[in-house]
Write a protein that binds this ligand. Structure first.
Ligand code: NAP
Length: 250
């Protein structure tokens, strides 16, 4: 499989001016670094996540940089219902009139366990948070995304979302399903000029999730979330007209 890499994407300046972008899982790891960079690039960011304290820290950091005032949207994707996403879409429409970007970044790892021993309830939770929530959220937000002149929706994948690997169970299956959701949407909206759908695999990055999966790894050898931001900015900028592409960030 030939997967394009965004590793050498140049640093863009003011690439997201006036854009309204919602980032899920914005309180930690890659989502946090990317949300702060989007604000630096001129976007108004909507910080969605489970833990309010973490979101508030990101909010404070953006405000202290003198950037556009962000919004905080606390939501536990494991327990949210369709109505919660519809309400969120109404709030975004009332507040901003449109949504220019949606980064599906929040995910959970579940357990690294052979399929023969994989707990069925755990499987369902991982599939729900990583795929079903992204489906229901995208569905609810489509009308407000279509009000944008040039909307971008990015799904977060993984190398195990492109090739299965022993013990990665529901996480791997959820990332394959994420790619399918992205490709289906990209195809359905192929002839709609103001919206595009792509996916990105961040690759090995030093975050809480990576630490749980590889606790003994030498952290100095892998990327930090800030190392990836150019790739993530590109996908929401006017430079990208990609649709239906699976990217690697590294
Ligand atoms: P992380 O540090 O664990 O951050 C995950 C974020 O998702 C956190 O902000 C977390 O919020 C949020 N989240 C988790 N469950 C949630 C829920 N039920 N409702 C709302 N928010 C929830 O992970 P990361 O490494 O930055 O990963 C970001 C994305 O990259 C994920 O999609 C991951 O699968 C993908 N990825 C990462 C790597 C890597 O090496 N790091 C490699 C490949 C793919 P709380 O902190 O409040 O729980």
């Amino acid at each position: 499989m030939n997967i394009p890499s965004l590793k050498n994407t140049p640093t863009l300046v003011n690439a997201l001016t006036n854009k309204v972008i919602l980032i899920t899982g914005a309180g930690a790891g890659i989502g946090k670094a990317v949300a702060i960079e989007y604000a630096k690039q001129g976007a108004t960011v909507i910080l969605l996540g489970k833990t309010i304290k973490k979101l508030e820290k990101v909010y404070d950091e953006i405000v202290s940089l003198g950037k556009n005032t962000p919004a905080i949207f606390p939501l536990d994707l494991a327990g949210a219902h369709e109505k919660d996403y519809e309400d969120m879409a109404d709030v975004i429409e009332k507040e901003y009139g449109r949504l220019d970007g949606l980064l599906h970044n929040a995910s959970i790892l579940g357990t690294l366990t052979p399929i023969a021993q994989y707990d069925a309830a755990q499987w369902q939770k991982v599939m729900h948070v990583n795929v079903t929530a992204a489906f229901v959220m995208t569905k609810a937000l489509l009308p407000v995304l279509l009000k944008s002149e040039n909307a971008s929706v990015v799904f977060t994948s993984s190398s195990v979302g492109r090739m299965g690997r022993a013990y990665w169970g529901a996480y791997s299956a959820s990332k394959f399903a994420t790619e399918s959701l992205m490709q289906t949407l990209a195809d359905e909206f192929e002839n709609t000029k103001n919206i595009r759908f792509n996916s990105i695999n961040p690759g090995a990055t030093h975050t809480g999730m990576r630490l749980s999966a590889f606790p003994a790894e030498d952290k100095s050898l892998i990327a930090k979330p800030v190392d990836l931001v150019n790739a993530y900015v590109y996908l929401f900028s006017e430079k990208s007209d990609d649709n239906g592409v699976m990217f690697n960030a590294q």
